[in-house]
Design a protein around this ligand. Structure first.
Ligand SMILES: [Zn+2]
Length: 551
């Protein structure tokens, strides 16, 4: 033990002899995800990369070195969410959150502030208002919003999503006035004098909402930026964006060029089309901050709406086998193109039939073990015969732990107990020798990776239900869960030599946490926050204060 420790120290000294670090974090409980040196108490950074990891890095500290005492806090590699929709999160964050508004004036204030930031004519959207929380409990009137935002159309949905509160500008742009009839299945609320109030119920909402334009390039950039900042806050230093178009790729690149993208991204082209053909012609784009080398296909729907394609019918809907969106030959065609040009294929497959057809297509294109790193996104219900196909064709299972804990209350109704055994079957994947990359699929699920980490090791919801966990034999250990959000996420993007563990030479992407998620009670993980997020050795988020900037 002591010899091994000494050998480790000597090794560090040899690598970093004569080198002074830009930054050294000391007094930490470092979990490296490097099996050769699983833990340490200090980490040194130089030029954006890890210089040394060990227990005594005094030799790396020079007069210009910044030293941070972690005071016993846990340090882990920056987390990688292997399946996200970043612009979708940005849109959700960008819309005004009115759930806490306690009066009409409070809503008007938020709208006024948004209008001050917006271009004239730009739509201001919000969600979550509830007049039953306000004095008087009456439906509000459009005049409040017209005054707050005279030059911007405003569209605010009620907490239940069944009513919208709009302003005069929005009504004007939609051509809705006192003479407009109630649409089928909807109502335009009028006051006793017959004046429309700006409250639209159910189908009447569409009279206005259909005039809300698609995002402009500037809006798209802003959405990506605020979502990336949220990722940095939550400890996600890399994301795999599962299906992007040309404008989104351009927005990523524009932000990166301006130094406004705090995290790294791995982009999957959204389906076959012009963009895919263009990339096939020019080949993958590889970068430290933005990489495009993957195509996302969608083979079936989702389970909640019974759109996931099943080999046998749904247990709660006999005769319905769900929806096959892509046939095997469609996947095979793309898989062959991708193999030839050095791209990865990532296919959304939730039901066992979709998983099977994707695996068969992959198998035909790949022939056997390989290093193409094709992925199945979700891989939720897999027939017992098909787990070995993942291994046989070196396919990665890209899973989302919180999908299991969100779906567990009704999943068994849909598929019955027999198939539930092969569902969200993370342990079975690992036992079969299959790598799993973990993620959230945000904004479908919450982007906080601590919720996913908790779900992965407990298979319980936030309240600790069910007591032993849902199909508890499929739980991951903490070490396995951490690896699935770090090193194996990196592997799923061909980046395991650059990131995913804390060892000399790799990118200095790491987190300082408020609690030690490898030790605390599982329930404590839910409330764990990130104190500091470093990307390439640069502090991109610090709790309770602005991130260091300037350089
Ligand atoms: Zn998704």
């Amino acid at each position: 033990m002591l010899l091994r420790l000494l050998a480790g120290l000597l090794c560090i000294v040899a690598i970093s002899a004569g080198q002074t670090a830009d930054l050294v974090v000391t007094g930490a409980r470092v979990y490296t995800v490097n099996p050769a040196q699983p833990t340490a108490s200090a980490i040194a950074v130089k030029d954006g990369r890890i210089l040394a990891v060990g227990d005594n890095l005094q030799a790396q500290i020079g007069p210009a070195t910044q030293v941070i005492d972690a005071a016993g806090a846990a340090v882990i590699p920056g987390l990688i969410d292997s399946h996200v929709h970043l612009a979708g999160l940005g849109q959700a964050l960008e819309i005004l959150d009115l759930r806490e508004a306690s009066s009409i004036d409070e809503v008007a204030r938020q709208v006024r502030e948004a209008a001050a930031e917006a271009q004239p004519g730009e739509w201001i959207r919000g969600r979550g208002w509830d007049q039953t929380r306000w004095p008087g409990k009456e439906f509000p009137d459009r005049n409040y919003l017209s005054e707050a935002a005279p030059n911007n159309p405003v569209y605010l949905t009620r907490v239940d999503g069944h009513a919208a509160w709009v302003n005069g500008k929005a009504l004007e742009m939609a051509g809705v006035d006192e003479k407009s009839p109630h649409p089928q299945g909807g109502r335009i609320i009028r006051n006793p004098e017959g004046t429309i109030t700006g409250i639209l119920i159910d189908r009447a909402m569409g009279l206005v909402s259909r005039h809300i334009p698609d995002a402009t390039q500037a809006q798209l950039e802003r959405r990506l930026k605020i979502a990336a900042e949220e990722c940095a806050r939550l400890g996600l230093t890399s994301v795999h964006d599962a299906g992007v178009g040309r404008s989104t790729i351009e927005a990523y690149k524009a932000l990166e060029a301006r130094g406004e993208l705090p995290i790294r991204s791995y982009l999957m082209i959204g389906g076959e089309g012009d963009l895919w053909r263009e990339y096939l012609a020019k080949g993958p784009e590889l970068g430290e901050r933005i990489t495009v080398r993957s195509i996302k296909l969608v083979a079936d729907g989702a389970m909640g709406s019974r759109g996931a394609a099943l080999i046998e019918a749904y247990a709660d809907d006999s005769g319905n086998q769900g929806l096959v969106i892509l046939q095997k030959d469609d996947v095979l065609r793309v898989a062959r193109q991708a193999t030839e040009k050095g791209f990865q294929v990532a296919t959304h497959a939730i039901g066992d039939l979709a998983n099977r057809l994707a695996l068969q297509a992959y198998g035909e294109a790949l022939g056997g073990a390989n290093d193409q790193r094709f992925r199945i996104e979700h891989a939720q219900i897999v027939h017992p015969d098909d787990f070995p196909l993942f291994k046989q064709f070196s396919v990665i299972a890209s899973v989302q732990a919180t999908h299991a804990t969100s779906d567990m209350r009704w999943a068994e109704d849909r598929i019955g107990p027999q198939r539930a055994i092969g569902s969200y079957a993370w342990r079975t994947f690992l036992d079969t020798g299959v790598r799993i990359a973990n993620g959230s699929d945000f904004p479908v699920e919450h982007p906080n990776p601590m919720l996913g980490f908790h779900a992965a090791i407990t298979r319980q919801d936030g309240k600790g239900w069910p007591k032993e966990g849902w199909y508890p034999s499929q739980k991951l250990t903490r070490e396995e869960a951490l690896k699935s959000w770090t090193l194996d996420g990196a592997y799923a993007a061909f980046e395991e030599k650059q990131k995913g563990s804390l060892q000399p030479g790799k990118l200095a992407d790491f987190l300082v946490l408020s609690r030690d998620i490898m030790e605390v009670e599982p329930a404590e993980i839910l409330g764990t926050t990130v104190r500091m997020t470093f990307v390439g050795g640069k502090l991109v988020y610090r709790a309770g204060g602005p991130a260091e900037g300037g350089d």
